[in-house]
Design a protein around this ligand. Sequence first.
Ligand SMILES: Nc1nc2c(ncn2[C@@H]2O[C@H](COP(=O)(O)OP(=O)(O)OP(=O)(O)O)[C@@H](O)[C@H]2O)c(=O)[nH]1
Ligand SMILES: [Mg+2]
Length: 189
Amino acid sequence: MVDRKDLDKDKGNGYEMIYKLIIIGEKSVGKTTLIQQFVQSPNQTAISKFIGFCQTKQIQLDINEQQFRIKLVIWDLPDSDQFSLSHQMYYNGVHGILLGFDLTQLQTCFNLKEWIAETHRCGLAEVPIVLFGNKSDLMEDRKVHQEHLDYMKLELGIVDFVETSALTGDNVASLFDLIARRISEKIDL
Ligand SMILES: Nc1nc2c(ncn2[C@@H]2O[C@H](COP(=O)(O)OP(=O)(O)OP(=O)(O)O)[C@@H](O)[C@H]2O)c(=O)[nH]1
Ligand SMILES: [Mg+2]
């Protein structure tokens, strides 16, 4: 759970907060590319090649007509085991989760439930999740259609869904804005 007292406040310049995000999903859905597109930097801070990499980016959010400066710390897990967040360092203190699949590979949707179950096993049941379908630029190869999406959202109990292209950048910033907004709502700023 997000605890407000853990968040660093700087009233002089609006609020300053740090949200830790993890990005999960099947292999090759575009998790790493999405983070790189968002932060516009190929340089990742490697914590360990077995544990993960993280990138940071500051965003501005307008909530209830107040400007909030939020630093996002985004964790990418390389070579993830199936459905395994495997290392405590990865999921400790997580404020938000991005769960992704590939719009051109229907099978990347089959295990979304397992990924959610894993987040619950790691104590993240109360943490906001936004689902994203990546590779929206590959329109002709699209295999995940509206009926699949409707079924998935119902089955997974997820309301928030964004279609992204990590290649063109389409909706990438909106995805990160949305998860930051959901976290902020949870904290009840
Ligand atoms: N056309 C297209 N290709 C993409 C997009 N996002 C990622 N890719 C490509 O998909 C491949 C896999 O992308 P990655 O970012 O490595 O995927 P990942 O989810 O990090 O994969 P793992 O780390 O192995 O789990 C790469 O060849 C990317 O260039 C996208 O939005 N559109
Ligand atoms: Mg990757």
